[in-house]
Ligand binder design. Structure first.
Ligand code: WTA
Length: 633
């Protein structure tokens, strides 16, 4: 049993492992695994043996051209083959691979054999649309089986996918689509959200007008609504029509270990979103190994990660890792509190979810409704809980631990990023836990907290979070922008990967993530770049200039606080505030939550004209302004 050493909300408390769980865990001895991880190449070589390779690799790690690392050099492999085809000849053939559930209580189950046939049909259809190895297919889809099928179909034929989160809107969509040069986009009529149907097709219709490379728009008729999909434009075709008559056999493309797998755009501190590029074999080894170890996946598990597939958590841990391990992945479409705030716990009980992975913002949201809802349901199937996306505050950790984990289920607070592809800093079920700390780097990973000069800080001190060794699921570059890749991640501290996060190491060596060190916001766990919001604001005729910072929010973690300089003749009244919020929402989507907009006369800038958001942040919090020597008059 897990035992609290104190009942007060104090970060010093330590929670011991659930020893019953540890007994059956893949990793029973953390120190021993850590020791193994020190021989990096041997460690990851062993982990690569879980897959079927078309041709074995010659060398685990090629470090000859840092930071352009290569993993599993010359190996040939296919992800979809290993995630789906491989299971068809085993007793998992008729096991459910994907369990789709939505907020209306509807469900759809796809066994591995059914998934195999669906993936093959779509793979053949994509080939018929002219998609070749190395080309990109964009997707703008809700959490529906066709999204997973389409992503796997891309892998099967060696095409890359670029999934755009369906909570992003027109402006964000255009930028990402054009950068990826996609010929085909797959979308749906709409998605279910809080009892409504949200139209997605109209966003795509508006966006593709400015996406010249798009030749075909594939539309999933998902909600059965009467949203009109005309196949008349010549560019549009229904998904069902597209795959009709396609063969359910399709040979897997032999991919080089380092062939590109997908692009996923994420916000950086400046300029355009970054096209994070992941490649094939290392990613497979990294995500499968971490899911297996951190959530201790076994046959018979029902895995539920609540993240949207449009983000890295969804890519790695809703679809790829669970299928690569041959487990059942639950895919949920809808809000956490619809039809009522017990919706998720109802699903846990109804299907017998064993491992549950969610985000602090969702926990804080559900906390508001009290302990009543989790108490209605039998949650005894649960064995491991997890959290990701932002620091989990001890109050939310405790609520999760008590009400969902019933004080005996450990919480895996996993720190990682779009760029890292896989969990990096996280406990394992065998770890001692401290509420709010992601604990320590996983075996095989070396993370540290350093000062400005790249020197390790003393225990107890804060600094920049860096990674010291390469890891298999690391991103290989930014799409079409090697220079930015090197500059943004590998230049500040030579030889080290700069995460962009601040952290502190406590006296036991536990890592406490403090948030971003750059101008990236985390709104409800979603990464939003200040520059993207600013350019949306400046797109409004009333705004001359804008600067955006994060403002603390009890549920969402952060929301947007915007400072704008207005053109003459405009006043910041409620109608303008409404218009500006609408403008941001239209460009970026509902992820960009505006908390506050303030009109100002001037923005603090450096002499070279860069906005000093640090000064705005300090002012907002009533803190000292710090070094202002570079501030213009
Ligand atoms: C933050 C999400 C504290 C962090 C997988 C990181 C976290 C950014 C945690 C990456 C955690 C993620 N504790 N902070 N457990 N997990 N973060 O790319 O600031 O959407 O840099 O990847 O989320 O966000 P991204």
């Amino acid at each position: 049993m897990l035992k609290a050493t104190s009942v007060l909300l104090d970060e010093r408390r330590i929670f011991k492992p659930n020893y019953e769980l540890v007994e059956e865990a893949h990793i029973k001895n953390w120190e021993a695994e850590l020791e193994k991880g020190k021989d990096l190449e041997k460690y990851w070589a062993e982990k690569s043996e879980q897959f079927e390779w078309f041709k074995p690799w010659d060398k685990v790690l090629d470090e000859s051209n840092k930071p352009f690392y290569k993993w599993f050099v010359n190996g040939k492999i296919n992800l979809a083959y290993n995630a789906v085809d491989r299971w068809i000849s085993t007793d998992k053939r008729n096991q459910v691979a994907i369990l789709y559930v939505n907020e209306r209580g509807e469900e759809k189950k796809l066994t591995y054999f059914e998934l195999y046939r669906e993936v093959n049909k779509m793979a053949n259809a994509l080939k018929n649309l002219g998609i070749k190895k190395g080309e990109t297919v964009s997707m703008y889809l809700p959490m529906c089986p066709q999204l997973l099928i389409s992503m796997l179909a891309c892998n099967k034929i060696g095409a890359m996918h670029s999934v755009v989160y369906s909570g992003l809107s027109v402006g964000a969509f255009i930028e990402r689509m054009n950068d990826a040069n996609a010929k085909v986009v797959i979308t749906a009529d709409g998605t279910f959200r809080r009892g409504k149907i949200i139209n997605l097709k109209n966003i795509v219709d508006e966006a593709v007008l400015q996406c010249p490379t798009i030749e075909t728009i594939v539309v999933v008729n998902h909600t059965g609504s009467d949203i009109e999909v005309s196949e008349l434009s010549g560019r549009e075709i229904f998904y069902d029509r597209l795959i009709e008559g396609e063969s359910d056999e399709c040979e897997a493309e032999e991919m080089d270990a380092e062939d590109p797998l997908f692009i996923l755009y994420t916000s950086g501190s400046t300029g355009k979103p970054k096209g994070v590029l992941h490649t094939t074999a290392g990613y497979m080894v990294g995500v499968a190994t971490t899911l297996k170890h951190v959530f201790d996946i076994h046959d018979g598990d029902l895995w539920w990660c609540t993240a949207d597939i449009g983000w890295i958590t969804g890519h790695s841990y809703v679809i790829y890792a669970p299928l690569l391990l041959g487990t059942t992945t639950l895919v949920y479409e809808g809000a956490p509190d619809f039809p009522d705030p017990g919706a998720w716990w109802n699903i846990v009980e109804k299907y017998g979810v064993t491992k549950f992975y969610t985000a602090p913002t969702a926990i804080r949201h559900l906390m508001r409704f009290g302990e009543k809802y989790p108490q209605i349901y039998n949650l005894s199937s649960l064995k491991v809980l997890g959290s990701v996306g932002e620091p989990i505050n001890p109050e939310a950790w405790m609520w999760f631990y008590k009400n969902i984990g019933k004080e005996k289920i450990p919480i895996m607070d996993t720190w990682w990023q779009t760029e890292t592809g896989m969990h990096m800093i996280s406990p394992l079920p065998v770890s001692n836990l401290k509420p709010g700390s992601a604990t320590m780097p996983l075996p095989g990973i070396e993370a540290d907290v350093v000062d400005k000069n790249g020197k390790s800080v003393d225990l107890g001190k804060g600094g920049y979070l860096v990674i010291k060794n390469p890891w298999p699921a690391m991103f290989r570059t930014l799409y079409k922008d090697k220079e930015r890749f090197v500059k943004a991640y590998w230049s500040e501290f030579p030889g080290l990967y700069q995460s962009g996060d601040m952290a502190r190491k406590d006296e036991d060596g536990y890592i406490w993530i403090q948030g971003r060190s750059d101008d990236v916001l985390k709104i409800a766990g979603h990464r939003v770049g200040t520059s993207e919001v600013e350019s949306a604001l400046v797109g409004h005729p009333a705004v001359v200039e804008a600067a955006v910072i994060g403002k603390e929010d009890p549920i969402k973690g952060q929301v947007i606080k915007a400072f704008v300089i207005l053109k003459e003749g405009y006043d910041m009244d409620s109608s303008l505030i409404g218009e500006l919020s609408k403008q941001v929402r239209h460009e970026l989507g509902p992820v960009a939550v505006i908390g506050d907009i303030e009109a100002v006369e001037k923005l603090p800038k450096t002499r070279s004209g860069k906005i000093m958001r640090r000064i705005l942040r300090a002012q907002e919090k009533g803190e000292e302004l710090g070094d202002t020597s570079t501030l213009e008059e």
